[in-house]
Ligand binder design. Sequence first.
Ligand SMILES: Nc1ncnc2c1ncn2[C@@H]1O[C@H](COP(=O)(O)OP(=O)(O)O)[C@@H](O)[C@H]1O
Ligand SMILES: [Mg+2]
Length: 503
Amino acid sequence: MTTSAHPALEARGITKRFASVTASDGIDFDVRRGEIHGLIGENGAGKSTLMNIFYGMLAPDAGTVLVDGEPVVFHNCADAMRAGIGMVFQHYLLVERFTVAQNVLLGKEPARGPLVDAKVASRTVAVLARQYGFSVDPSSVVETLGVGARQQVELLRVLSRAPGIVILDEPTAALSPSEADGLFEIMGRLRASGCAVIFITHKLKEVTRVCDRITVLRRGRICGTVQRARADTDALAALMVGDLPSVELAHAPAPKAQLVLDVVDVHVAGSHASAGLRGLSLRANAGEIVGVAGVEGNGQLELAEAIFGLRPVTSGCITVDGHDITHATVPERRRQRIRFIPPDRQGEGLLLDFDAIENAQIGDQDTSRFGLLDNASARRKAVRIASDFAIPHYDEASPLRSYSGGMQQKFLVGRETSDVPRLLVAFAPTRGVDIGAAKSIYARLREMQARGACVILFSYDLDEIRRLSDRIIVFHSGQIAGELAPDQADDTTLGRMMSGAHV
Ligand SMILES: Nc1ncnc2c1ncn2[C@@H]1O[C@H](COP(=O)(O)OP(=O)(O)O)[C@@H](O)[C@H]1O
Ligand SMILES: [Mg+2]
């Protein structure tokens, strides 16, 4: 087995569109040697599209495929095969009248003249079949075989080229349970021999049984990757259809901490009864959700607004990805992919007397050419938000005022996350919305996290904070009173820290 620092096969930022459908939307995915990586998702999630890109049958619109860490461009499946990739399709492409051996060696027979040497072929295939523990007889004629055996033929055909990377697109769809067991044993042998295996299915039990890692794809996007040990089928099911994933399922651990937000000794004047910020420091990484808890008026709003540029910093400094943004304008921060879900959607977030298209454009104005707003792209964005968040009776021409509060909030969250932010400041993102809307907002925050965003979640709802955060920071009187892991953050401990009683 080769142990390489690089994955055997990797997708980076792969995007593929078919007319109005984005089948792959900025996908990052990889598989290592000696690993079975399960890919699950509902019909139409984009699983086959990604595999067809890996196998050279489709060209991506954007993004890169890498083999052993090297970028590759495949023009057809022969290119992919040469790079060591083999793929078993859902529909087998076998010649009915040929024997198993002839089918396996089709196109590369140990031929004497145009005719296949049946004996040599049979022997070659028998050796291969034994090696992987296949039960199929190389001399049988394919038309006499059942589905399980036909699949073995297809698999043997792929394996006869000794690929180091094997893609199985829904191989168990037509198999009986015992045939599927046989396939899992073969997959286990492939893994043991150092192959990288991608296994696609929509049967949850199968992935939790045979895969080392499991990735969930939904509507062309990755919503999370889990180690098998941490996967449970209910949580995976929820993730597949877009419900709130359970805590176990939170996310793939970020490979290495990448500092995004660095707040150093910041002072901000307070307003009304608020303390402002009095020398507050805070760091947050890509791919994490940092929850900020505290009694209202202890500096939370000041920090959120200072990060987004809505409130001046009197001393100290804020950097994002190493760039000093302490005194940057809001458009400059937006260009750095800093996004804000403000606490008062009717005040700063949305223009309720304007329609969805106009609202979709807020924040984009300064990126449009010559100051003209690009209506077509705003319309696409609005439609996409409405469909992502299942906004019923969406009508692009109605003022947002005509939607419920929950719908308005979903629209706002959708707009601020329509491209993956680098830094997302979410302030009480579910305050006053119904459970359904809250769930979809949670799922979206999780998704942004899984896709590498650094999320700062300010909330007065302690359950929400515990449920979503990787770590919890407690504010008191414009400073940090302490930090807790979500499982340490019981009401009593949090309450003590929030009231400043905690040392
Ligand atoms: N060749 C194509 N032309 C147009 N749309 C396609 C094509 N292939 C896939 N799609 C669309 O892309 C989406 C993802 O499809 P697919 O990758 O086959 O999903 P899955 O394998 O997860 O069921 C679907 O909406 C599908 O209709
Ligand atoms: Mg498919």
